[in-house]
Write a protein that binds this ligand. Sequence first.
Ligand code: AHR
Length: 330
Amino acid sequence: MRTRSTARTVIAALAGVLLAGGMVACGNSDTGGGSGGDDKIVLGFSQVGAESGWRTANTTSIKEAAGEAGIELKFDDAQQKQENQIKAIRNFIQQKVDVIAFSPVVESGWDTVLKEAKDAKIPVILTDRAVDSADKSLYKTFLGSDFKKEGRLAGEWLVEQKKSASGPVNIVELQGTTGSAPANDRKEGFAGAIAANPNLKIIASQSGDFTRAGGKQVMEQFLKANPKIDVLFAHNDDMGLGALEAITAAGKVPGKDITIITVDAVKDGMQALADGKFNFIAECSPLLGPQLMDLVKKVKAGEEVPARIETEETTFTQEQAKEALPNRKY
Ligand code: AHR
């Protein structure tokens, strides 16, 4: 009895193995060029790095959304280096992924690698940041914020706050990564918004690379070189948070002696705003994962997608931050 039941178990196990093998083999031949080994769409995603709270939230959103959408994600962290992103994209092409998405660390210099993806018939989606390629056929769509608008909203708020200021208002600016779309566009949007007010002057502007350490270090230099700083415009919360340390160490009160405006509205930034250390934040949402996965499915299916999809965003004052903080997810 025992021998017969053991034999039955062995046969059933063997059948299971053969069946599973057959299924994988079928799946392989059905992937249409993807490298997933089953029917899953394979997405190669090249992330900028882990430079800020925003970036961490963005990575989490993308990983979670891929899991929920049943998409196999090949994730690469470029550590804020364009050459790493180009290498990652070439790897994805070699692996014959179904779709490539990436958040370009800088705007220029992508044409060659994008052409390689196009020649390999792998659709590309830009997410978060844009490229300046003249040939728009090199990518399917761009999903992300209007960075110029964020800079403009920050500038408009400042103009309103300082409308009855009698003397000059000295502004220092902490720029994001040099050559990146958010740094270029936020700078332009802000400068445009304050342009008609000659008493609002940007007296110093330098990159802090979107990091806390960079924000602190550059703010220290600004404070040493400029005895009168009235306003700080930081292109993201993290640089603003780093600058807070420099401002406090210089014996000044952030949010009072120096008005601080930032972009992002991640939790730490919102906390600083609610605590009165920041004065205004223009939101930039990192929660792009679900929309990205939707687009991945559509471009893989050969469906038309809009050339530009803009993220919905708002702005926060100190009072609004206090209200929003308890429900802030990132
Ligand atoms: O591209 C989005 C920007 O990149 C965010 O504002 C900043 O925090 C991040 O590093």
